[in-house]
Structures are given as C-alpha cells and as structure tokens.
Design a protein around this ligand. Sequence first.
Ligand SMILES: *Cc1c(COP(=O)(O)O)cnc(C)c1O
Length: 374
Amino acid sequence: MAFIPYGRQYVDDDDVAAVVKVLRGDWLTQGPNVADFEEAFAQKVGARFAVSFSNGTAALHGAYYAAGVGKGDQVITSPMTFVATANAARFLGAHVRFVDVDPSTLCMDPDRLQEMVSPRTKVIAPVSYAGYPVPLDKITAVARSVGAIVVEDACHALGASREGGMVGAQADMTVFSFHPVKHITTAEGGMVTTNNEELARRLRLFRSHGVERDPSRMSRNDGPWYYEMVDLGYNYRLTDIQCALGLSQLAKLDRFVQARRRIARRYAELLKGVPPVGLPPHHPGHSYHLYPIRVPAERRRDVFEALRREGVGVQVHYLPVHMHPYYKDLYGIPDDDLPNALNYYRETISLPMFPSLEDHEQDRVVELLSSYLG
Ligand SMILES: *Cc1c(COP(=O)(O)O)cnc(C)c1O
C-alpha cells in the first residue's frame, strides 16, 4: 500500500509551465514576478502591502526587525508552534516569553497574556495553530496598552478568515510560509503582509542588505549609480522563479482551502465512530493546514507507531518550544509551567491533510485508528 504523508504539495502543469517560462526569460531573480506575486498576495488577503522573503523564518526575522525588536526586548509567543517563531526573536537578541494556550483554540490565551506583558514587550506573536484563526481582539488591546506590535504567525493559516476579514489583513504584520507542506508552495518562501507603509519599507530594507535606494531618504546623492547602506540587513530575497510558481499556486488557493475543509468535515464525520478521539477546535474560517486529533496520552505512542508501520505518515505538532533543550538551558521553564500545551503535546497526532488526499486513503486512516483505539 502506498505511503500517505501528513502533508504534501500540489503542483500541476500550469505551475511547471510558469517556472519554465521564467527560466527561459531575462530575470531569474528580482524581475517582474516578485512585485506581481506580492501585489496579488496582498490583494488576496486584503492587506495594503506584501513583502516576500526567502522563507517563513526569514519573514519572521524581518517582521521582528521592522517592529524594532532589539537586544533585551521581550517577544511573547505561544509554545504550540514551530521553533522558528521563537528563534527569529533570538536572532535579534530578544528574550522570548511563552503564554500557555487556550485549549478551546490551541492558540495563545489572551487572559494569561495580560499578566505577562511589560513596558519591555516589543512584539506579541500569536500563532494561528493548525489554521485556526487566532482571536486577535483581546491580544491587540493588550498590545496597545503597552505599545507593542502584533505579529501574527500565520504560517499555518493562509486562506483562513475571522470576523472582519482574511488572516493577513488584521494584525500589524502577518507572516506566511510557502514550504511544500503549507497551503501554497514556492519550495522555500515566505511573506509578510501589513497595512502600514513604514513597516513595509523597513521589511524591504531588511530583506536586501539594509540598502536604501530612495533618493529622498539618502544622506547624499553622488549620481544615478548611487545607493547607500543604512542598516545591517540580509539577502532574504525570493527569486523570480519562485515568485512565478507562487503566483500560479495562489490562483489555486481557494480550491486548496475548499479541499482541506471538505477533508476536515469528512474526518469529523468518520471519527464520530471512534469515541476516544478528540477533534480539533472548530471555526468557520479555519483553513486546516493540519488535522491534529487528541487520543488518550497513554495510548498515543502505540497508535502513532502502528499508523507509521501501516504506511501512514502521522506526525506530532509540536513539542512545546520551552521544552527544547536550547530553550530549557536558556530559561529553565519547567515543562508543566504551561500545562495546557504540555497536556496537548502528550495527546496529539496529526493525521494526513492535503488537497489531493483521496477518500479511500482517508477511510483507511480512520479504519486503522479505529482498529488500534477501538
Ligand atoms: C513553517 C513554519 C514556519 C517557518 O517557515 P519556513 O518557511 O519553513 O522557514 C514558522 N512558523 C510556523 C508556525 C510554521 O509552521
């Protein structure tokens, strides 16, 4: 029986043709596809600006830089995320604090956030875990009360929406990833969206060596060749080849999200017959990057191993970030300081979830679960 991964890209002939066309043209990087992809992306999520990056981690790094994060500042995030959300704050010398998750969303609990903020809080970085659009109202109010900026890590949540709009249009900045398991892919790739022109300018500066080319912002101007470097930046650019793929993938986003939602509804229906399984939190605007279920903690490992043995590529998302050795050495936060994240980690298994997952494959996953848990 064919191996079923937990996630995989969907790339078709249009995508291939779009990439080949760039390869035969004049610009492999920094050509017209970059601005076209950014513009189409901004329009899709309803934001004024979109700035592309070479991957989602670079995009997070750029967003924290644009927010003004520096040495000794505090960045507050959720422990239930990929390590990059915290790491990118460490790149800038910030202290990372973790707020436990609300079990009804698996995203940052805004009531606990209130107790953790201080005048040193520069960024609050909630994570829209699995594609559930993190409720932003309270988080934004807390951020405003201390002058912090909200950077939503929406690497799981492209295509998701909440009251008042799409994910990508509401936080001060929203970060996306185009890794192959995410909603759309450019192989590696990332994006930051914002409605704030100054933040967009700082994002672009950071992406390309801190080089300023706008004559009105330069300290002098020696001639038409002249540019100057005003801050330490990186080469975090996305290529024209990748942006052409991104454009072609973006045109399929609605179909991808519909397919993911259909698969989620079908799992919910099929899993009704498997009583010890807990379903992921529901939200009408959920875009289902993942489909993580909960099983009794004492059965999790056996069930996981059995599914893997049967060729189902289940995964666990995630070991809470504060429990990784690097963060344990740095902060020494006891595992059970964040009990909701810890309990969730002990019980969760991510089932296969990607647009081309077929009904018979899904049936098989549920049958296997049911036979090992029933
Ligand atoms: C994928 C992901 C990232 C990082 O993205 P890359 O493109 O792999 O660098 C960051 N945060 C979360 C929650 C992710 O899932």
